[in-house]
Design a protein around this ligand. Structure first.
Ligand SMILES: *Cc1c(COP(=O)(O)O)cnc(C)c1O
Length: 465
């Protein structure tokens, strides 16, 4: 498989190169040059397979030329066999006559990001060893990416990681899951700013090509194609469990950077019968407004009780724009230039129509999120985390109550957001045993201003200030 940049100017790369590169040199994101298709029979044959085997069949065409079948199989068996605490890896839990939750929080750091990052860590180890190279990972986190990425690379021999989080804007459990990992290749940085500031610093570092080469920068954010790729798998396994390919399924996806839902869009493009994809946002509703108006216009970042979605600029949306614009890199560049100058751009009418044809969207504020946590708890005894509750509510708003099954992606364990859960339903969710002593562990992190030069200096010094 070959990969092309959404902005059309960067070199075409292999899967191995794309995985180690992250952001394309022209500022774009990498996309597969063409989408592999799964036939009706291919999809039906996934039924009943162990998760790792289903993953092998879905992922195989994307890594062709970079990994042998045996290498890929071994990595998938290790990733999904050993590090997830649930026998079915990504179980479905029915919470209503036509409503299911796809529980994606049974990995080591209790959020769906483990699905992709546990695998990405293994890709990094494999490819850096093969090339005799070191990799410096720079990432930004609104909470869950950081811990999942650190957990994924803490034991990697040739990788060090610098993880930025917005100071005071992640939950205590989220922060401690990052800062209590005291491995020498892990550097945590609290930035005096928002998540978008952190993400902008990462982008700026990647766009500084001399610096990028000097420290051999790599990415763990969902600008890295391998992350999106890993997330395609659970759309297939969930839909097949509920009757696909004979019966279509709809998904509601709590959305921040548009990575997780974009994986659903790719699954549909590969042939999975997904009827609708619902973009579920909190008060940071740039995507919901885009669906309503056809204009992608930046707003202010609001702090919410679903902090992993407190994002205004959704990096992966550019991947969808690329497809909407007929895979025309020049058109994407023009949109992104307009956005950089005006903080907004408007889609051409045909593109806007195509967008609405594919997706629905709803904005769910904190009050509605809490009310949804309460209603679900009352009706079924199920304790949902606030991000999941945003998804459940958006499914109710956007999808018919009967007919096609409604599956909401449950993106985090409730104990990661214990305070919001307790406030809504009166129950204090318990952390799983492997994290039970988290609040007593030693923390290590540094604080930096929102300043690229300060960051570069710290990285050049290997994290010692
Ligand atoms: C990261 C995250 C999201 C948003 O996922 P995107 O891929 O950025 O859209 C939603 N919920 C939780 C719990 C997360 O950690």
């Amino acid at each position: 498989m070959k990969y092309v940049s959404t902005r059309g100017l960067a070199d075409t790369l292999s899967f191995e190169e794309v995985t180690l590169t992250g952001l394309a040199r022209d500022g774009g994101l990498y996309m597969p040059a063409s989408l592999p298709k799964m036939s009706f029979d291919d999809i039906r044959a996934l039924r009943g397979l162990p998760y790792a085997e289903a993953a092998f069949r879905v992922i195989r065409p994307f890594v062709e030329g970079s990994l042998t079948d045996a290498e890929l199989k071994a990595m998938l068996d290790e990733t999904y066999g050993d590090t997830f605490r649930h026998a079915s890896t990504a179980p479905l839990n029915q919470i209503g006559a036509n409503d299911w939750l796809l529980e994606l929080f049974h990995g080591p750091t209790l959020a769906f990001k483990d699905f992709a990052l546990q695998l990405l860590g293994r890709f990094f180890d494999h490819f850096t060893a093969r090339q005799g190279k070191r990799l410096t990972i720079l990432g930004a986190t609104s909470g869950d990416t950081g811990s999942a990425a650190i957990e994924a690379v803490r034991a990697c021999e040739n990788v060090s990681i610098f993880m930025l989080h917005p100071k005071g804007r992640v939950s205590e459990v989220q922060r401690r899951q990052m800062t209590t990992i005291l491995a020498p290749n892990v550097v945590n940085i609290a930035v005096e700013g928002t998540f978008d500031d952190c993400q902008a610093l990462v982008k700026a570092a990647f766009n500084d090509h001399a610096f990028r080469d000097e420290v051999s920068l790599g990415a763990v954010n969902s600008i890295n194609w391998a992350r999106v790729m890993a997330q395609i798998v659970y759309y297939f396994t969930a839909a097949v469990s509920l009757g696909a390919p004979e019966r279509p399924v709809s998904f509601s996806v709590p959305t921040g950077n548009f990575g997780d839902i974009f994986a659903g869009y790719i699954a549909r493009g590969m042939g999975l019968p997904i009827e609708r994809l619902v973009i579920a946002t909190n008060a940071n509703d740039i995507l919901a407004r885009t669906l309503k108006t056809g204009s992608y216009a930046m707003g202010d970042v609001h702090a919410t009780i679903s902090p992993s979605m407190d994002i205004q600029i959704s990096s992966n949306f550019e991947r969808l724009m690329f497809d909407l614009a007929g895979r025309d890199g020049a058109a994407v560049r023009a949109y992104m230039d307009t956005f950089a100058a005006n903080r907004s751009f408007s889609f051409a009418p045909a593109e806007y129509a195509a967008l609405k044809d594919l997706f629905s969207a709803a904005r769910v504020d904190d009050k509605e999120t809490s009310a949804t946590m309460q209603a679900v708890y009352k009706a079924s005894g199920y304790v949902a985390d606030p991000h999941t509750a945003v998804g459940i509510r958006a499914a109710e708003v956007c999808l018919p109550a009967t007919g096609t099954p409604r599956v909401t992606l449950s993106t985090a364990h409730p104990a990661k957001f214990g305070a919001a859960v307790k406030a809504a339903v009166g129950v204090d969710p318990v952390l799983p045993a492997h994290l039970a002593d988290l609040l007593g562990r030693e923390e290590r992190y540094q604080t930096l201003p929102n300043d690229l030069n300060a960051l570069k200096a710290l990285m050049r010094a290997g994290g010692r200030s």
